[in-house]
Structures are given as C-alpha cells and as structure tokens.
Design a protein around this ligand. Structure first.
Ligand code: SF4
Ligand code: SF4
Ligand code: SF4
Length: 159
C-alpha cells in the first residue's frame, strides 16, 4: 500500500457476520451477502444498509466500521502501463497471479482472450483489461508488484 498500511484478510463472509442478516433488501440488493461483497469493493457505503443504523445493531455497526477501516482508508492504487516501452513480451501476463486465477490457460503458457484478466497483450502491446481484478484492490489489498518486477523494460508501474 502506498501509505504503508496493509488491510488484513477480510472476506465477504467476515463482513456478512456484521450485517443484520435479515435479507430485507432495503439496501437495494437481494441479500446481505451481496451487500457484503459490494462493501468490500467500495461500491456501497456501510450507511447504505438502513437497518444497521438502528440502535439494536449498534455493536455490529461499530464492529463493521472497525473491520473495514483499513480498506476504506486505503488510498487509490493501481497499475499503469507505458505502451511506448512495452515490447509485448507477455511476461507480466503470465506472472500475474490474478491473471492466472482468471484464466488457467495462461498458466499453461497459452495466450488469453479472457475479459476477466488484469493484463493482456493486444496487437503487440500490453493492455489493462480489468484493473479491479488486480490483487492490490480489496478484498485482497495485497502489496503485489510481480508484474512490475518481471517487466524488463520498465513499462509497468505499480503505485
Ligand atoms: S439493507 Fe442491510 S439487512 Fe437489509 S438486505 Fe441489505 S444488507 Fe441486509
Ligand atoms: S500488481 Fe500483481 S495482481 Fe496486480 S496486475 Fe500486477 S501482478 Fe497482477
Ligand atoms: S509491460 Fe513489460 S512485461 Fe508486460 S508485455 Fe510489455 S514489456 Fe513485457
């Protein structure tokens, strides 16, 4: 993390345990579990669950704020590519753990056409396809910089 803080491993299930668990849908989602996943990706705020603000859930609310504090305080992070420096070697595509998880074909040394990967070579140049899959983002929040380390031209910058 740029500010030196690493969020601990917080899963959807961990977050769910701090929600009312009634699946009342007042948040606009089908269940508390879906809302928990949206909280982790910062698509919603804790306050978007109205029942949680009721006095009877005070302990859960405080617990959830404490649990999510490191994630919510995480500054913007990401991966930047400089196409002018990229030779299209594909090293970063192969070594990125998020890429391999998204498309096992990459692990077998084959080219990927998946739209679920973070990085993909297109027309001989690296492209960022789905940045939110990068392990630097919640729920992982890891200080991963494998792609940067394996790019011998300095075309990738992790920040
Ligand atoms: S409003 Fe809160 S309690 Fe109701 S479904 Fe959404 S997360 Fe669950
Ligand atoms: S930082 Fe890690 S997870 Fe993110 S793109 Fe690079 S190798 Fe993949
Ligand atoms: S960004 Fe670097 S490692 Fe990735 S394809 Fe381009 S030159 Fe290769």
């Amino acid at each position: 993390m740029p500010d030196g803080k690493k969020p601990g491993k917080v899963t959807v299930l961990t977050v769910y345990r701090y929600l009312p668990g009634t699946n009342c849908k007042k948040c606009g989602f089908a269940s508390c579990m879906v809302f928990a996943s949206k909280l982790l990706t910062k698509e919603v705020k804790i306050e978007d669950c109205p029942p949680l603000l009721e006095p009877k859930y005070k302990d859960k609310l405080e617990g959830l704020r404490e649990l999510l504090k490191p994630i919510l305080e995480t500054k913007e992070t990401g991966v930047r590519v400089d196409p002018d420096k990229c030779t299209g070697c594909g090293n970063c595509v192969v070594v990125c753990p998020a890429n391999v998880a998204a498309d096992p074909q990459i692990g077998r040394g084959l080219a990927t056409t998946s739209d679920e990967v973070v990085l993909r070579v297109e027309d001989g140049v690296i492209q960022i396809i789905k940045l939110e899959k990068c392990r630097r983002f919640p729920p992982h929040g890891l200080d991963c910089r494998v792609c940067e380390q394996y790019c011998y031209t300095g075309a990738i910058e992790v920040f």
